[in-house]
Design a protein. Structure first.
Length: 254
């Protein structure tokens, strides 16, 4: 049976993050993950995690200022100090809450200088996170939802992971983004398993509940189980109506 992690960046948005953690427990999720927890104290989050017994699998570094188009900072020229402040903040939260991994967001940038800066910031993140047992994740995003984002394909991501050689640098494999950019999701999952730190799912193309659309998640999850993948799979989708109304997909896919 596949276990699922509720991505609280999208699910139960009407609730505070601590209450969303409690809602995820009530709904039968085995874990939670989030985007940006920084509006809440680590104490309030730890209380909710302790109460529910759910692990918090991952969180993101801050995007910067979305009002001016920021979607991460780690690959953006001229923003190194801000990027490292965001990394330090994420590590502090993750260490306080026993979070397994941090997604370091690259941001909108292109070219050799952006790659050099991204590599330097990733190396910094990996080495700061390692003493806490925290993995650093990088995630390719599709150009339709995230135009201009530095990291767009698994080929690009794996090349960076190989280049840096940091043992705690892993790939966030979001099936939604990969299907849009590259296709052949099941084959890529199998080939890239040694690099993968976390897997996320959502329907393609509408990014709603993962029980319809281009990808047969029943088959994909069955293959993951056959390949020995036992970690919770992240449910990072936008509910078509309310989170609770759409949760029938869980029993269908388990």
């Amino acid at each position: 049976m596949t276990e699922f992690s509720a991505n609280l960046g999208f699910l139960w948005q009407e609730l505070s993050l601590p209450d969303a953690i409690r809602a995820a427990k009530a709904a039968g999720f085995a874990a939670v993950e989030c985007h940006w927890p920084y509006a809440f104290s680590t104490q309030s989050l730890r209380e909710a995690l302790t109460e529910t017994g759910l692990p918090l699998l991952g969180l993101n570094t801050r995007r910067g200022d979305p009002a001016v188009g920021d979607n991460g900072l780690a690959a953006v020229p001229g923003r190194i100090e801000e990027a490292r402040q965001a990394i330090d903040e994420a590590i502090a939260y993750a260490a306080a809450l026993d979070v397994a991994s941090i997604h370091v967001m690259a941001g909108r940038a292109q070219g050799a200088e952006a790659e050099r800066i991204f590599c330097a910031n990733l190396r910094y993140a990996c080495r700061q996170a390692a003493p806490h047992g925290i993995s650093i994740l990088i995630e390719p995003l599709n150009t339709r939802d995230a135009p201009g984002y530095f990291l767009q394909t698994t080929t690009q991501a794996v090349a960076l992971i190989d280049q840096l050689g940091e043992s705690n640098l892993k790939l966030m494999f979001d099936c939604y983004h990969i299907q849009i950019m590259e296709g052949e999701v099941a084959a890529r999952l199998k080939a890239l398993m040694p690099f993968i730190g976390h897997i996320q799912i959502a329907a393609v193309p509408d990014r709603a509940e993962p029980d319809h659309g281009e990808l047969d998640y029943r088959a994909i999850l069955s293959s993951l189980h056959a390949w020995g993948y036992r970690r919770p799979v992240g449910a990072e989708y936008r509910p078509a109506t309310t989170t609770d109304a759409g949760l029938t997909w869980m029993s269908a896919l388990q």
